[in-house]
Write a protein that binds this ligand. Structure first.
Ligand code: TRP
Ligand code: ZN
Length: 868
């Protein structure tokens, strides 16, 4: 390492000594030498006379103050310090950057033939020297100059105010954004596109032009994004009373993008994965993902842009809240139960795993080396759960009053998480003092419940204990305020009203102590408790349910989530006991009553197909691995496979009857149609493991008229190692090799290939004409899928999988550190594996650590992992 990267601490926040009220940018775009002129109106806020600007990876051409060349400055690796500042002034900085060579995809870069930018979190400092911090808000005016033929569309934030011709076939457009914003929300796009246009009339009657820019030829894949955008605008008016505030809203789809999408003011830039869809190229999951991400970025216009973050430690202020909003949007438009189930799977799987890893951090981190490393499941998904808990404690009405107060107080400014909680507290009168610990404490609380029924007193008591184990970042833990939603059922499945100390109580218990007992009165027979309903807090629940109680809840619990959860708990019991059996050389065994419980759900005509599909979906290998301190990769894989095969054999008649009954002749994306396909394809995933599997799967592939059923068939062929796998893969690749986005599904199937030859095939697949390691979507699909979704092959004892991961991460360390840093996550968890595997993984971490050009992103993670 040239320099040891420095950590920043939340506690060290200081208000800026200068701010910038207006910024005039001029971009003269050329592939290798783009010149950026930045004219800032600087205001002095303290008596400091040195202005410290952030900047990296560019060359400085000129500095002027009030129109005079200024030479009293120092240039460092991380920025530019201008000395002897004359107080308030006009500062001009000219820089040059190289978009074509920018493979990190931060700052200004080229994606395909287009120029685009990505400035969050700290990318603007690769464009010009600036106060690149979210609490400096300026009004931006941006002029873009480029070749007219190659780049007919020149876009930036706000409103188009002027345009004209320039010499040598060039032209220019000037944009003005009336809303002051931090630099991370700046965007510029220049290119040639097809444009889908529509408009939306807001509830106060203003007309907003909507424009979606896609690569030429892709117009027939932009409709769903437009429908989703209009639905988002309408939903935010109806549910949150929030209206759009500019006359134009643009979305550009690009193929090279490190993340999902970016909420730049008035000009969202999207990974094309979250825009492009038609029935031949996209699955139902893709359609739902587009709806969620379009919603997410749109909702940021208020929660993120109108009120932004004071500093990056507050990231969850905008991300947790905006994820909560997009989850509610999807739930209001589709199935609430299915959405909740999928969100909870992410928390219990990868988010809990992050809490248990060397990267564990609170939703509001205290220490950061590379900000890009903190766009995490914890900040986003657990952050959303924290907002959801406040929603549970306050109720919808008071929560919305809290939102209103939050905007009254903070619109147009940069705020903190504390500001948000205060607004909620002040608007509702609910005491959130102890609740605030959710922002500062990392790790997953374990909540252990025991119960006792007293026949004579007719009382039922629940004793609830909470314990959060120490994490690498934080040794001491305190009890949290946990909203604990419960219901009690009598033997007939009737709800028993909750009464404590002679008073009726609601379903949500306020658990605040390390241990406390709740005594319920007037309970005339021993009840079955439904605990942590709706997953009312992001905790691990431990309660010693019998099989019979879980089977009872699977059919009698009042809400769908609780039924699903009972099914998952029942499966978990059998997965755990069978992993122990297999480790002791025994066989996998499942009780007939358990099989019957799943049969009952499968045959229910009262339940939605989409919900039945979720009940029948086994937890992933990753989720199961999270239950163990020491993971036995092969035993877990073996048990999951055998449970699947057993259920397939026992339920084959029912599965096959349902499979045939759910055949649809036309493809529509109505929620009921999506649900039917989901259930039908879950049935197929079981039937693939039975005698007729080969025939059924090939027939579905042959007859499919949509991508959902095509990929489902291929996935079955892959997971069940069917003979037809090769021919289906070949047919698909012949059909789609010209289209990287569609090929990503195929790359994922290669990445998750359960064959023992998978790694060799993956290495060859890297030569496929549609593959490029420079494209993050391709890399994540093939290599990310191998590292995260192919546990048996990746963790093969030979260590070949680890060596391969190491090689790829070393390569990406130089070209795209952000992608490298996401890929490394599975290696950070090496302590969960046996001694030989630990040694093999550590070897790769050590080799990365010794690189002399190790990026900050990897430096932070590798060091934490080796420290653990
Ligand atoms: N703010 C974006 C979102 O969640 C996240 C994002 C997009 C991002 N691109 C990025 C974060 C690049 C870091 C780097 O909606
Ligand atoms: Zn976001």
């Amino acid at each position: 390492m040239a320099h040891t990267p420095q950590a920043k601490y939340r506690k060290d926040y200081q208000a800026p000594s200068f701010t910038i009220s207006d910024l005039e940018l001029t971009f003269n775009l050329f592939d290798k030498e783009t010149t950026v002129t930045a004219v800032s109106t600087v205001k002095q806020l303290s008596d400091s006379t040195s202005l410290v600007l952030d900047g990296e990876s560019m060359s400085l051409k000129e500095v002027q103050i009030n129109g005079e060349v200024w030479s009293d400055y120092q240039l460092t690796d991380t920025g530019l310090t201008i000395n002897a500042m004359p107080g308030d002034c006009e500062l001009t900085i000219v820089t040059q950057v190289n978009p074509e060579e920018n493979s990190a995809l931060e700052g200004l870069y080229k994606s395909g033939g287009a120029f685009c930018t990505q400035c969050e979190a700290e990318g603007f400092r690769r464009i010009t020297y600036y106060l690149d911090r979210p609490d400096v808000l300026a009004k931006f005016t941006t002029t873009v100059i480029a070749d007219k033929n190659e780049y007919p569309y020149l876009l930036s934030n706000g409103n188009r105010v002027e345009e004209g011709e320039a010499e040598s076939g060039r032209h220019w457009v000037k944009w003005q954004d009336p809303h002051p914003k931090p630099a991370y929300l700046f965007a510029l796009v220049a290119g040639d596109f097809d444009v889908l246009r529509d408009d939306y009339v807001t509830k106060s009657g203003r007309k907003v032009d909507l424009e979606i820019f896609v690569d030429k030829g892709n117009l027939d894949r932009a409709n769903h994004a437009m429908v989703s955008l209009i639905n988002s605008m309408k939903w935010d008016e109806e549910r949150f009373n929030l209206e759009y505030d500019l006359d134009i809203y643009m979305i550009v789809a690009v193929d090279f993008f490190n993340m999902g999408a970016m909420e730049n003011k008035g000009l969202n830039v999207f990974n094309s994965k979250y825009v492009l869809a038609n029935d031949q190229t996209a699955t139902d999951t893709d359609y739902l993902g587009i709806e969620a991400v379009i919603g997410h970025e749109y909702f940021h216009n208020w929660t993120g842009n109108r009120v932004t973050c004071r500093d990056w430690f507050q990231l969850s202020l905008k991300e947790g809240l905006t994820v909560f909003r997009d989850q509610e949007f999807s739930s209001d438009l589709g199935s609430r139960a299915v959405n909740r189930i999928n969100n909870v799977r992410i928390i219990r799987g990868p988010q809990f795993a992050e809490d248990a890893s060397p990267m564990s951090h609170p939703i509001r981190p205290d220490k950061v080396i590379e900000m890009n490393n903190f766009y995490t499941l914890t900040v986003y998904e657990k952050g959303s759960e924290v907002i959801r808990m406040m929603h549970t404690l306050l109720g919808e009405k008071a929560f919305q009053q809290g939102m209103t107060l939050y905007f009254e107080r903070h619109d147009g400014t940069a705020a903190t998480c504390e500001d948000f909680v205060s607004a909620m507290e002040d608007a509702s009168g609910v005491d959130l003092k102890q609740f605030r610990l959710w922002y500062s404490q990392s790790g997953t609380p374990k909540v252990t419940v025991s119960s006792e029924y007293n026949q004579d007193e007719k009382t039922y008591s629940l004793t609830i204990m909470q314990l959060t184990s120490p994490t690498l970042d934080q040794k001491e833990k305190q009890p949290l305020h946990i909203p604990f939603d419960i219901e009690l059922y009598d033997q007939l499945g009737h709800v028993i009203p909750l009464q404590c100390n002679g008073l009726k109580v609601g379903n949500v218990l306020n658990v605040t102590q390390e241990q406390e007992t709740f005594v319920f009165e007037n309970v005339t027979s021993k009840p079955v408790p439904s605990l942590l309903r709706e997953f009312s807090a992001p905790v691990i629940l431990e309660y010693d349910y019998s099989d019979d109680e879980l089977i009872f809840l699977m059919s009698h619990a009042q809400n769908e989530f609780a039924r699903w959860d009972a099914g998952q708990m029942l499966l978990a019991k059998y997965i755990k006991s069978n992993v122990a059996n297999v480790q002791n050389g025994g066989a996998v065994n499942i009780e007939a009553t358990v099989v019957d419980a799943f049969r009952g759900v499968l045959l229910s005509d009262k339940l939605e197909p989409a919900f039945i599909a979720e009940v029948l979906s086994l937890p992933s290998h990753n989720e199961v691995s999270g239950w163990y301190e020491a993971v036995d990769v092969d035993a877990i894989a073996d048990v999951l496979k055998q449970i699947k095969v057993t259920l397939a054999k026992e339920l084959s008649d029912e599965l096959s009857a349902i499979y045939y009954s759910l055949n649809q002749s036309e493809y529509t994306i109505e929620h009921s149609a999506i649900g039917q396909r989901a259930l039908r394809n879950v049935c197929l995933s079981y039937l693939a493991h039975t005698d007729g599997g080969e025939t059924l799967v090939s027939a579905q592939y042959e007859n499919s008229n949509n991508m959902t059923d095509t990929i489902a068939a291929m996935n079955c062929a892959n997971m069940a190692k069917l003979k037809c796998r090769e021919s289906l893969m070949e047919d698909y690749s012949n059909k789609w090799s010209h289209d990287g986005l569609v090929m990503d599904k195929w790359f994922t199937l290669q990445g998750t290939n359960p064959s023992s030859d998978a790694l060799n095939i993956i290495k060859k697949t890297m030569d496929h004409s549609a593959f490029s390691i420079k494209n993050p979507n391709r890399t994540r699909s093939l290599i990310g899928a191998f590292l995260n979704g192919n546990p048996v092959q990746f963790h093969d004892k030979s260590g070949e999988g680890y060596r391969f991961a190491g090689e790829i991460i070393r390569e990406l360390n130089s070209s795209n550190p952000q992608v490298a840093s996401r890929l490394i996550d599975p290696l950070l968890k090496y302590r969960k594996y046996d001694a030989e595997r630990q040694a093999l993984i550590k070897e790769q971490l050590e080799s990365l650590k010794s690189l002399d050009n190790l990026a900050k992103d990897l430096y932070e993670k590798v060091n934490k992992a080796l420290e653990s």
